[in-house]
Design a protein around this ligand. Structure first.
Ligand SMILES: [Fe+2]
Ligand SMILES: [Fe+2]
Length: 291
């Protein structure tokens, strides 16, 4: 009989994990790979279309140096949010790897090493950019609690993991594709990160696919419904910076966060970034929509 409980862990798998683990070798520390000397404060750190206020009249009227500085803060916020999420995943992987079969355990240790490498690279960037703790960091408490409590290996856990990897990865990929004129160090970070994430996402998708194969249509609809609300939370965390960030970036007093939240250009940009994620989840049998 089909297993319809999305909370029940299922055993992970060997051959897929072994193949992905092979691609994690040889490992090179990303902190040592980045050419940090090319970090420049006189350039945009995000393609301007990826800045949260792009297209907002009051933002477009700001001087170039102010708009560039906002892109610095938004990229730093993007990294900071990544450190929060990777930290949660590191906790879960570290606690759970011992319960897995040998192949999955080896793969997960590779993923642990790679995620630790990303967070170290982000922290190094923030230190060199002199942008540590410049604004009030607002972590999403619901995602934090779920990240800590959901059973490892459950369908919902891996659905949430996949979203947590895809949502920032879509912005990294946008940066890769629109790298012209952008600070080369931010592009390098995005390239190094998304290269590893391709494996992490492939692994997460395979786990989810296998788990969904044993799930009936009603459970999939319920799961899609839950994932849709988690997706909105991940999007808010990564794509909509807190109000204090606009102040820290030196923008004149104004409702900048509300302007970003109300911006049709921003909605279109985020939907454009996330469209492939939604399509792939739908291909797995999850009737997900965004927004
Ligand atoms: Fe990562
Ligand atoms: Fe990852």
């Amino acid at each position: 009989m089909a297993d319809t409980n999305p909370m029940r862990p299922v055993p992970l798998f060997a051959e897929h994990a072994t193949r992905l683990a092979r691609h994690s070798l040889p490992y090179r520390d990303p902190v040592a790979r980045v050419n940090w000397d090319r970090l420049s404060h006189a350039m945009f750190w995000l393609p301007e279309a990826a800045v949260s206020l792009a297209g907002v009249r009051e933002y477009d009227a700001l001087p170039l140096a102010t708009r560039q500085r906002l892109s610095h803060y938004e990229f730093a916020h993007f990294l900071d949010t990544g450190i929060w999420l990777e930290g949660l995943f590191l906790e879960r992987l570290a606690r759970s790897a011992r319960q897995e079969g040998r192949a999955a355990r080896i793969y997960q240790l590779h993923e642990l090493r790679e995620e630790a490498g990303h967070s170290l690279m982000f922290l190094e960037f923030l230190k060199r950019a002199r942008l540590e703790a410049q604004w009030d960091y607002e972590e999403d408490r619901v995602l934090t609690v779920l990240g800590r409590r959901l059973p490892f290996g459950s369908t919902l856990f891996w659905g949430a993991i996949l979203l947590g990897e895809e949502v920032p990865d879509r912005l990294n990929r946008y940066i890769r594709l629109h790298a012209q004129g952008i600070c080369p160090v931010t592009v390098e970070l995005s390239v190094l990160h998304s290269t590893d994430e391709a494996r992490h996402i492939a692994y997460g998708r395979e786990v989810l696919k296998r788990r969904l194969g044993a799930t009936n249509a009603l459970s999939r609809r319920l799961l899609a419904h839950t994932l849709k609300s988690l997706l909105a939370r991940f999007v808010r965390a990564f794509y909509y910076p807190p109000a204090s960030l606009y102040r820290a970036a030196g923008l004149p007093e104004g409702p900048w966060r509300a302007r970003a939240a109300a911006s049709a250009d921003r909605h279109r940009f985020v939907a454009h970034c996330l469209a492939p994620t939604v399509t792939r989840l739908r291909a797995l049998g999850l009737p997900l929509t965004f927004p």
